[in-house]
Design a protein around this ligand. Sequence first.
Ligand SMILES: NC(=O)c1ccc[n+]([C@@H]2O[C@H](COP(=O)([O-])OP(=O)(O)OC[C@H]3O[C@@H](n4cnc5c(N)ncnc54)[C@H](O)[C@@H]3O)[C@@H](O)[C@H]2O)c1
Length: 276
Amino acid sequence: MNPSFDFSGHVVMVTGGASGIGLATAEALAAAGASVGVADLQSHAARDVVEAISRSGGQAIALPLDVRDAAATEAAVAELEARFGPVGGLVTAAGLSRPAPAESMDEASWDLVVDTNLKGMFLSCQAVGRRMLAHGRGAIVNISSVNALGGFAGRSNYCSAKFGVTGLTDVLAIEWGRRGIRVNAVAPNGVDTPLVRNGIPPSFVTEVLENRTPLGRMAEPAEVASVVLFLLSDAASYVTGATLPVDGGLCAGFYTNRQGADLASAALLKAGVYQA
Ligand SMILES: NC(=O)c1ccc[n+]([C@@H]2O[C@H](COP(=O)([O-])OP(=O)(O)OC[C@H]3O[C@@H](n4cnc5c(N)ncnc54)[C@H](O)[C@@H]3O)[C@@H](O)[C@H]2O)c1
């Protein structure tokens, strides 16, 4: 991505920064001048990301972290500030999916997904938010999903967590807005990351995701990262409490088929306006 925002002098923590959307966001932020805390459960991968950023001339530190652990989160934010100074940005991209039919969803899968994707996000927002409140300035972007806007079979745990992310984002925006902190979320559709490649069959990608998306493809992680950078930046200075779809048009309508080429009308079909 060609970064069009200047984050020189900004310190930003990215949870889930070792892979996928978080990785692309960490790279984009570093390329735009930010000092980045790459926080992730995969500590080796986080260190690899930091090394790559350093080789490209950027600044970053690896923060081994389980976002479900409040004390560890507090320690990671403290380490980031000790290294680079007051934290002004947070991106919460740590997340995972454990699908199962609702009637056979086991408690461990429910707890893992909700604890990581919702409680972990809250703990990151709380730890970083407290420091932002002390500085009187900051911006947070939570990585949500189109699964915060509608249901998805087999994902009772994931959708419940993502709907919760909307509530969390809205409440924090209301509580912290007058104190200088903006809180927004992005809601991606399918993004080409390990989470999707390892978790969804290729037939679902072509026959459902691509078929129902007007832009006709999944997003690249960098296409989500660029929207995150916008929301973190002063270009979005009057935007808070928003959940912004980054979805290739998926949520623009319910009946999209063949990327919008199916006009779903017998009369138009008969008139030869389009082909079935
Ligand atoms: N890929 C998609 O299609 C897509 C679509 C919509 C939303 N999302 C959301 O974007 C976020 C990132 O997903 P991704 O596709 O980049 O996945 P990914 O698997 O590529 O990256 C997720 C990262 O989170 C880390 N992580 C998981 N549990 C953690 C924990 N307890 N503590 C710290 N780090 C932890 C993983 O180690 C990994 O590096 C998730 O919240 C996901 O729900 C993804």
